[in-house]
Design a protein around this ligand. Sequence first.
Ligand SMILES: [Zn+2]
Length: 408
Amino acid sequence: MPISRRLRPLAFVLAWLSMWSVSMAQTDELDLPLLIPSVITPAGRDSDGDGLPDVWERHGYTVDGVFVDLPAMGANPYHKDLFVWMDYMAQPDGTSLAPSQTVIDNIKAVFANAPVANPDGTTGIAIHPLLKFQVPFAETLGSAADENKVWVDFDALKALHFPAAYAKSFRYMIWANSYDESTSSGLARDIPATDFLVTLGLWEPAGGTDWAKLGTFVHELGHCLGLTHGGSDHDNYKPNYLSVMNYFFQITGLYKNGVWGDLSQNPLLFDYQRIDTPTIDENNLNELAGLGSGVAGYGTKYYATVSGLVGEYSVADASGSIDWNKNNVYETGVVADINDDGVCSQLIAQNNWPHINYNAGGLLGSAATAAARARADAAPRPDALRHELDFATSRKIADTRGADRPAN
Ligand SMILES: [Zn+2]
């Protein structure tokens, strides 16, 4: 008589402990045998919590005869590691869309600076962005008419070089030209996920600046790590969300201590939010309080309607008073739609780094299965991941950041 699916894990543990004979023919899912060592042996132990079992980080692992030598690629069981396989395109005129070594080093710097603890006593995440193969050029992946086709085209390119064995420990991305016939900067497959694109081929300069590359890579990888455009939700342009996940800061980086990330050439400002920020009630704004003393040093951007026109404004020190409605008076009880989403609501941000999802919702690590991945790949995409920040919008955000910044 078949054991009910819900009881199977327990049944297998009991079988293991008492040496009962249980036929493997009872299992119809590959998930199940992998559960046993993770429950009663140290094989699944993940001391640093990065989603990769210690035994893999020490000795590597083999799937279908393919050995993945994680320690040779820098894995450490006592320090969080993120592995990213990067393929890239080159445009027909020879312009490579691959990142320069500077961009790769800046990506490493952002994650090394992460305020997360490790068993080895240090902070930070060791990201390993491995630049691998050039793949055939495509003007665009997918089409404007079929927004799901981008991942069909993506999978075809991914299959060219990316070994299936690596899928248990690596994220996979392509530095590609464009998708859906748009200038959208990039795309993640889901939140969380393991697959993403950076698509700056139609930007200026072609392929984007080093800062656009850095910010977009960190942004799209952020979705793969479980982060959203609003922190607590998908609402974009929240002034209290000081993260490269907020479109306000994707291409320029954050504003801190009087400078923007790109203008000061400081990669560490292409950061996920690393502090707590207060919830803002757009129906009851206290302009005197600003965002509070906890954000000292940070500036931010917001929307306001002046003379009937919605404009972008910025403040150099968000911990001071902020004239959210731009009427030149600092008041309390102000009602204003400061993220310009058409409604006045509570804006709740997120301290991002403690919320990183290291195993992509179970798609990475010893318990990951091909069946789970197939289910995830077939699931509908979130609305927030249909069309990302495009070139014209990014230019407008960058161009309006300084001139409107009032003294406060
Ligand atoms: Zn996004």
